[in-house]
Every structure is written in C-alpha cells, then in structure tokens.
Design a protein around this ligand. Structure first.
Ligand code: PGA
Length: 252
C-alpha cells in the first residue's frame, strides 16, 4: 500500500514563540485525533528544527526543511546543506517548490542536484511540480509537468527514485484560494503515475506517493484525498493553524 502523507509547508511564517505554539498545538490536536497510517510532516523554517524535532519525536510525526543547498559543504554563505539537516534528525525536504523556481531562479538542473544531495544524506525529497495558469489555459499542463519530472528525476536509479515523494502543485492554486477540482487533481496524478511507470516501471510508479498542493484546506481535503491517485497533501496556509492541519491529516 502506498504511503499517505500530509505535509505542512510553513513557508516564511512564524516567530520562535509562534512556532512553539503551533508545534504544541499540533501535538495537542494529535493527542485527541491522531490519524492511523498517515505520515504527518511539518516543514518549519530551518532555524526552528531542533524544537520541531523534539515535539515531533514525542508525537510521532516527522520534520523537514523547505530547501537545501545543491552543494555538499564549504564556502556558500547563507546556505544549509543536506548533511546538516540530516544531522538534526529531520528527514524530509521540499524541493522544486514553485516559489523557489519563481523567486530564486531554481531550474530543474539545480533542483536535480538538490535531490541528489537529499538522497545521499537520507532525506526524503518532496519534489514539487506544476504548471502556471497560462500553461493550463493553453492546455500545456501535462507537457510541462512531464518535462519537470523528466529533468529533475529521470537521472535517478530505480533504487534512489523509490525514495522520492512527488507533490503536484498547480501554481495557479497556490495561496490563491482557487483549488484544483478533485477531477483535475486525479487526472494529473494519474498522468504523473503513467510518466513514472514508463521510466521506472509499474511497481515503482504505484508505490510513489503523489501529494496534491494548492489551497488544500480542512473543507476540501476529503474530496481531494478520496481520489485513487491522490495520496495526501502539501499544505501551505492551512498548515499554520493546528486544528485545521490535523483535521486535514484526518481527511482520508
Ligand atoms: P497553499 O500552499 O496551501 O497556501 O496554497 C501550498 C504550497 O505552496 O505548498
């Protein structure tokens, strides 16, 4: 059975005290309502990882980061390496998020190197792909996503690919309140699985978790997660409120 995952991308939000409140809030909510067979992952700003790891370890959830360096170590001021992240006990990294692509010039080639770093240091990459509105409107969305997947993931061996999680995040749905319909999500997720099967085989494709992201919230998660090929969500805005986030995790 494929792993179900609900992941919270906090982005650049929360001061230390607020982060503490949110983490303890999640732990309280989980004490009352902990989903079975769902991996919960929080992605706070990296400087709160130690705190997040402590709370996560006690409450059976996981932590990750929103970015890692494409380099191993050395003179890269301001960067954080995969080895550093791994040494804190965090085990996931969001890579290829559209905000990193748009605002920080990350190309698929850069993202591919980040994925290699993550895998090398036992961090599960959550690889984000998805089209912008214009590409959807001109019906290029399948082509765009296929290309993103090919360029960032197809250099991997089958064994390394088995460690990857994919998040389909249509850019027009991120932070906009405009969610993909369950049909649009299912259609793209099934397509992604087909692309993966052609490269890595049916078994690998069937075992890869494919998450949906983009204005997924406590009100619409259930109908999105009900689809055969939707294995959970990458949640931005709605992950900043503990009760909403845990409700989403209980929406299977
Ligand atoms: P959103 O963000 O849920 O706020 O749309 C999702 C994401 O960017 O991962």
């Amino acid at each position: 059975m494929r792993r179900k995952i609900v992941a919270g991308n906090w982005k650049m939000n929360k001061t230390f005290d607020e982060a503490e409140d949110l983490l303890f809030g999640i732990s309280d909510e989980l004490a009352n309502n902990s989903p079975e067979e769902v991996s919960i992952v929080v992605f706070p700003p990296a400087l709160y990882l130690e705190l997040a790891n402590d709370v996560a370890n006690e409450n059976n959830f996981f932590t990750g980061v929103q970015n890692i360096s494409e380099h191993e170590s050395g003179a890269y001021t301001g960067e954080i390496s995969a080895a550093m992240i791994s040494s804190t006990g965090a085990s996931f990294a969001i890579l290829g998020h559209s905000e990193r692509r748009m605002y920080f010039g990350e190309t698929d080639a850069i993202i591919a190197r980040k994925i290699d770093q993550a895998i090398k240091h036992n961090i599960t990459p959550v690889y984000c792909c998805g089209e912008v509105l214009e590409e959807r409107e001109s019906e290029k969305h399948f082509e765009v996503v296929e290309k993103q997947i090919g360029q960032a993931l197809f250099h991997l061996t089958k064994e390394d690919f088995s460690k990857v999680v994919i998040a389909y995040e249509p850019v027009w749905a991120i932070g906009t309140g405009r969610t993909a319909t369950p049909q649009q999500a299912q259609e793209m997720h099934a397509f992604i699985r087909k692309v993966l099967a052609a490269k890595f085989g049916e078994t690998a494709a069937n075992e890869t978790p494919v998450l949906y992201g983009g204005s997924c919230n406590a009100a619409n998660a259930r109908e999105l997660f009900a689809n055969e090929d939707v294995d959970g969500g990458l949640i931005g805005g709605a992950s900043l409120k503990a009760s909403d986030f845990v409700k989403i995790a209980n929406s299977f």
